[in-house]
Every structure is written in C-alpha cells, then in structure tokens.
Design a protein around this ligand. Structure first.
Ligand SMILES: Nc1ncnc2c1ncn2[C@@H]1O[C@H](COP(=O)(O)OP(=O)(O)O)[C@@H](O)[C@H]1O
Ligand SMILES: [Mg+2]
Length: 383
C-alpha cells in the first residue's frame, strides 16, 4: 500500500496533522464555551483558522451550535451581512425548515431566500437583502443580523460559538460603525461565544486599543509560532510513522529553513516527502531536503524574479541585507556601512515599504521575510 503524504499545507489542517497547540486549544475552547468574546491575533499562516476549526469541532460535539464565516471573503459590507446571516440561519437547520426559520428570524430585513444548486453553501441555500440600497439601510440591516445569534440561542435553547475569521477586513467595509454596532450587539449575548481571528497584527491590535469599540471586549490571544524543538520532533515522528527514517537533525533543519512558520514548515516537509516517496526511498537525509529546496526555488524562479524587480533599488539593498543579517540591527551604522545602505531614514523608508507590501514582517525587534522560500531565493540568486 502506498503511504499518503503526512504533511498538509494550504488548507485548514485537521487534528491528526496538527502539531502542539494543546494549551491554546484548551483555552479557546473554555472561553468560547463560557460565552467570551476572544480576539485571536497572529500573522498569516501561523495556524489560526486550523486552531479555530479544531476548537469549533470539539464544541459541536458538546452540542454547541457553531458558525464560521470568513469576513475577508466578502467584497462589500452587505455581501458580508448576507453571508453571515446565511451561515447563522443555516447552522444545523434542516433544509425543510430554512425558509420559515429565516422569515421568523429576519422579518424586518425582508430577506430573499433562494434554493438552487448553483448558489454556494450547503443545500444550495442563499440569502439576499435586495431592499438594502443606502448605507443607512445597511446599518439597520447590520443591527438585525448582529442580533441574530442572541435570538437563535434563545429560540433553540442552545449556546452558540461563532468564528469570524480574517476579521480585520471589517474595518474596510464601514469604518467604525460596523465595529460599533457589532460590539454593541455581542456584549449583550451571554450565551454566545465569539472568536474574532485576524491576520494583520497591526490592524487587529489597533482594534482592541483604547477608544475603539472592541477595547476590553474580552481576552486577546496572540498565537505564537510553535516551539521549534516540539515542531522538529513532531516532523520526525511523522516521517517515521509513514515509513521513512529521518536523518538526525532533519526536523530542525526543516523548521529552520522554513522560518518556523507552520505553513512553510508543512510545505517544505510535504514537498520533501513527495520527492523521497517518488524515488521509493526509506531514509530522508539533509541532502535530500536541500535537493527539494533547490527544486522549489527553481520552480518559483520567475515569480520571485518578478517580485524582486518590482522593488526599488533601495528596497532590494535593504532586503538583501536583511536576509544576510537575519533581520537584526537593520538601522545600525555597522549594517548600513557593510551593505552600503545609506542613511537611517532611507533604510527606514525601505523597510516600511517592504512591510506594507507584506514582503517583510516585524517579529519583535527583528525583521523577517514573510515567505521563507523567497528569503532563500534572495540569499542565493541576488547580489
Ligand atoms: N498546529 C499546526 N501544526 C502543524 N501545521 C500547522 C498547524 N497550524 C497550521 N499549520 C500549517 O499552516 C497552514 C496554515 O494554517 P492556517 O490555519 O490556515 O493559518 P492562518 O489561519 O493563521 O493563516 C496549514 O495549512 C498547515 O499546513
Ligand atoms: Mg486563516
């Protein structure tokens, strides 16, 4: 029997492809079950959605009604309200009861309910609010939709747990008023736990700062990277379980090359495993890992070349220095002289631009290249 690849990336990972996160899982489960409003913050690809999905599954087994919506998937505020309302009324509701249930819950908003195979979601059920034309209509609709979880919890005599993923996107829809009206609604809903998960730490942190509606709304969880040693052991365990013996240090090397970002770690492990599997190999060495890395860099060469050419010269210089210096002391005289970077203000401007383009992130006091493969490409292919 051909073993299947034990490493998964690019989708939400299920519990068996999940490393660590025990304490985070317990805490989020406890908070949601007790109706807290939790902010979950980390950069992209750290594992927020996977963690949330896993926690919601556990809560559903305890007869808590769960609802999950990705805010950033909507292209407008009304579009978001439609998809959120749809997810709420559809939660655990038999198709035969959907029409009545929707009408009962959302009488004032005059929803249009459609069933057809082409519309998204389970049972081809879609919800629209054609009567909404002006921002004022939208604000009124929002208040109705945000009140839904409380009504549903009361009507069904069941607690709810709601995940609004990529929540930072709400700021783009309707500025402060969307936040205000959501905050006002959720604080009265004792039987409803919320997790607001967001990928742009600076935006998310601002949302929970003083003077903003969600200030002190509930606990703030900042999801960190997985402990590198724990991740390395987990990787090696999965190589072994799939019939491949890892050379000593393989797990640590993967974690290191992937910048210890969970997505990048799983990508590199997955691709390495595939290459080995194809060759029918039973051992996985560090040389194999580097061969896979080289293949990946070659495959991405045009993409990265284009990315590189989009940077200004000053940005290229700073980016290359950042890679070579591991992102440390970027403004120091030593680094600037060694890499001929110019004055602090121009280095600062280049760093800010790279952060804004999401090419680089700030992790504490150091700068890191967001995509670990791009970092390797810059290190090897630029001068
Ligand atoms: N606990 C974990 N253990 C192993 N891999 C993980 C874990 N969490 C996330 N990943 C990897 O990272 C990828 C991105 O995770 P995701 O949950 O989508 O992150 P986020 O929502 O923070 O952007 C997943 O597809 C998976 O490969
Ligand atoms: Mg996510």
């Amino acid at each position: 029997m051909a073993a299947s690849n034990p490493f998964v990336y690019g989708e939400i990972v299920s519990a068996d492809a999940f490393a660590d996160r025990d304490s985070e899982r317990e805490r989020l489960t406890r908070d949601l079950a007790s109706g807290q409003k939790v902010f979950l913050i980390s950069p992209r690809r750290y594992g927020k959605s996977s963690l949330v999905r896993d926690v919601l599954r556990g809560l559903a087994r305890r007869n808590i009604l769960t609802v999950e919506v990705t805010v950033a998937a909507s292209s407008s505020y009304v579009g978001f309200l439609e998809s959120y309302a749809r997810a709420l009324v559809a939660a655990d509701t038999p198709v035969s009861r959907l029409r009545r249930w929707t009408a009962d819950l959302l009488r004032d908003a005059r929803p249009e309910v459609r069933f057809d195979a082409k519309s998204s979601g389970d049972g081809g059920f879609s919800l629209a609010f054609p009567a909404v034309r002006t921002p004022r209509d939208a604000a009124r609709l929002a208040a109705d939709v945000y009140a839904l979880p409380g009504k549903i919890a009361a009507a069904r005599k069941q607690p709810l747990a709601i995940a609004l993923d990529e929540f930072q996107a709400i700021t783009a829809f309707d500025g402060d008023t969307a936040e205000q009206s959501l905050r006002a609604a959720v604080q009265d809903q004792r039987g409803v736990g919320y997790v607001f998960a967001g990928s742009e730490p600076s935006l998310m942190e601002r949302m929970v700062s003083p003077k903003r509606p969600f200030y002190k709304a509930g606990p703030v969880m900042r999801l960190q990277k997985i402990e590198p040693d724990v991740f390395a052991v987990w990787l090696e365990g999965r190589f072994k379980a799939s019939g491949m013996k890892p050379e000593e240090g393989l797990g640590a090397a993967i974690v290191d090359l992937a910048g210890n970002v969970p997505y990048d770690v799983q990508r590199l492990a997955h691709e390495a495993w595939d290459d080995l599997h194809e060759q029918g190999r039973r051992v996985a060495t560090l040389d194999d890992l580097h061969a896979t890395l080289t293949r990946l860099l070659n495959e991405q060469h045009t993409v990265y070349e284009e990315a590189w050419q989009r940077h200004t010269l000053a940005q290229r210089g700073v980016l290359r220095a950042l890679v070579l210096e591991d992102g440390r002391e970027m403004l120091s005289g030593d680094v600037r002289t060694k890499h001929r970077l110019g004055g602090t203000s121009s280095v600062q401007a280049a760093l800010a631009a790279l952060v804004k383009q999401d090419v680089v992130m700030k992790d504490g006091a150091v700068y890191v290249v967001t995509d670990s493969l791009y970092r390797e490409w810059v290190a090897r292919k630029t001068f």
